[in-house]
Write a protein that binds this ligand. Structure first.
Ligand SMILES: [Cu+2]
Length: 154
C-alpha cells in the first residue's frame, strides 16, 4: 500500500515538475519573442520617423530640353541634385533676376534663391533646401522651350 502510494506520488511529482519546466520554457520563449518584436517595432518606428536627409536626382535632358522629373516633393533638409545627362549646357535657378518670365520662378519668403550657373554636360549641381515652400525654377538657356521645374519642400 505504502509503496504504491510513494510510486504514485513520485510519478505525480515528476510529472508536475516536467510540466513546470515546460511552462517555464514556454514563458521564457514568450518573453524572448515579445522582446524581439518590441525591439523590431521600435527600430522600425525609429527608421520611419527618422529625418534622414535624402538626395533626390533631377536629370537635365536635351530633346526636348526638360527636367526629369519636372516636379519633386521633398522634406526640409533634403538635397536636390541636378545631373546634366545631355550634351547641351543646362542651368537651374529660381532667381527672378535670371528668369525671362517672372511667373516661371518662385522662391519662398526667407529662402535664398539658388543658381547653379551653367552646368556643362556630365556635370551636376546640388542644393539643400532648408525652408519649406514651393520653388519654381528654370533653365536660363531653355526657359522659353519649357525647361521648367518645381520643388515642393514639406
Ligand atoms: Cu537647359
Amino acid at each position: 500500500m505504502k509503496e504504491s502510494d510513494i510510486k504514485c506520488d513520485g510519478r505525480k511529482s515528476s510529472m508536475s515538475h516536467l510540466h513546470r519546466r515546460t511552462a517555464w520554457m514556454l514563458f521564457l520563449c514568450a518573453v524572448v519573442l515579445s522582446l524581439t518584436i518590441l525591439v523590431a517595432m521600435d527600430l522600425d518606428g525609429t527608421i520611419a520617423n527618422a529625418t534622414t536627409p535624402a538626395t533626390v536626382i533631377v536629370k537635365m535632358l536635351d530633346t526636348p530640353p526638360i527636367f526629369e522629373p519636372a516636379e519633386v516633393t521633398i522634406h526640409v533638409g533634403d538635397t536636390v541634385k541636378w545631373e546634366n545627362v545631355g550634351n547641351s549646357v543646362h542651368h537651374a535657378t529660381d532667381d527672378a533676376t535670371a528668369a525671362i518670365k517672372p511667373d516661371d520662378v518662385a522662391n519662398p519668403a526667407g529662402a535664398k534663391p539658388f543658381d547653379s550657373g551653367f552646368i556643362p554636360p556630365g556635370a551636376s549641381f546640388m542644393h539643400t533646401f532648408t525652408v519649406r515652400g514651393t520653388y519654381k525654377y528654370v533653365c536660363a538657356a531653355h526657359e522659353t522651350s519649357g525647361m521648367k521645374g518645381e520643388v515642393v519642400v514639406n
